[in-house]
Ligand binder design. Structure first.
Ligand SMILES: NC(=O)C1=CN([C@@H]2O[C@H](COP(=O)(O)OP(=O)(O)OC[C@H]3O[C@@H](n4cnc5c(N)ncnc54)[C@H](OP(=O)(O)O)[C@@H]3O)[C@@H](O)[C@H]2O)C=CC1
Ligand SMILES: O=C(O)[C@@H]1CCC=N1
Length: 264
């Protein structure tokens, strides 16, 4: 089976990395940028081209350009019955059908960048007309990159984008904040990097391996009247939980806004 990626940027790179570890797929990346094509071919032994070839009904086409570039990038594409998977935020199946000359065989996917190391989590949505065999193709491709979650409603794609799609950026944001705090406490940049990353790795693995609720794990660190309580009291005063909730809501609202803006 040939899987064509239209757009060879960050997210394609992450998915192709996962796929290349599993084999069995003939992957071709289409990008207008020669450097990106060469990079992907070199790193993951995939074929690349600046032009999408003629598709057939047994091919898979993954739409992976920025939402704002999608209409232009899909202009003139003849899908010839191929299965189309779109990873773009804010572009509904209806919008994509309009871009693709009323093509019906479309599944939406919301992946995240940890797909690069097989630890991605992707939300998938298939409209009612999609057959089980096509859902299996999409799921099998994404399972090469990590876990998958099927979404019953298309609006779930916007909601999962705000959690796991954008989520790695939130984690990197907090890692960077902890690193900055460590530097302020007199550690070198390297030490601060090691301390913040090591703390995250240990805490995430502990949460995973113990299966204990996050709130209980936090309590286990927090001695009465001690240092952790002093820190988390500041987080509470600044309403950090509410800040995260508001950030996720802004992300979901942005996906909904993009849907309105990008509809032709
Ligand atoms: N990054 C992420 O974490 C996630 C991204 N997504 C979705 O994935 C999609 C891609 O995002 P991302 O990989 O970050 O974006 P990038 O900008 O990194 O990659 C898109 C690539 O497509 C190229 N491109 C644009 N138009 C064309 C065209 N007409 N023909 C050929 N190549 C073209 C771009 O070239 P150029 O650089 O010249 O513009 C760029 O190399 C988006 O729709 C986004 O919503 C979904 C989940 C997570
Ligand atoms: O920022 C974005 O719009 C994309 C979608 C989810 C993650 N990155």
């Amino acid at each position: 089976m040939s899987v064509y990626f239209l757009g060879g940027g960050n997210m394609t790179s992450a998915i192709v990395a996962g796929m290349s570890n599993h084999g069995g797929y003939d992957v071709v990346v289409i990008d207008r940028n020669q450097e990106k094509r060469e990079h992907l071919s070199r790193c993951y032994q995939v074929r690349s081209s600046d032009k999408l070839p003629e598709l057939t009904a047994t091919d898979v086409l993954v739409l992976a350009v920025k939402p704002q570039d999608m209409q232009q990038a899909t202009t003139g594409i003849k899908t010839n019955g191929a299965l189309v998977l779109s990873i773009a935020a804010g572009l509904t199946v209806d919008i994509l059908r309009q871009f693709l000359n009323n093509h019906q065989r479309i599944i939406r996917i919301m992946p995240n960048t940890p797909c690069q190391i097989g630890l991605g989590i992707s939300g998938l949505f298939a409209p009612a007309n999609i057959e089980a065999a096509d859902k299996a193709v999409a799921e099998n491709i994404m399972r090469t990159t990590g876990d998958v979650v099927w979404l019953e409603k298309e609006s779930g794609i916007n909601r999962i984008a705000g959690i796991s799609g954008s989520g790695p950026a939130y984690v990197f944001y907090f890692l960077n904040a902890l690193q900055q705090a460590a530097i302020q406490q007199g550690f070198s940049t390297d030490e601060a990097h090691q301390l913040s990353l090591g703390t995250f790795k240990g805490a995430v693995s502990l949460a995973e391996q113990s299966g204990t609720e996050f709130v209980q794990l936090q309590k286990n660190v927090t001695s009465k009247g001690g240092t952790t309580f002093a820190a988390t009291s500041v987080f509470d005063q600044q309403q950090l939980t509410q800040v995260v909730i508001d950030g996720v809501a802004a992300s979901v609202a942005r996906a909904e806004e993009m849907q309105k803006q990008l509809a032709p």
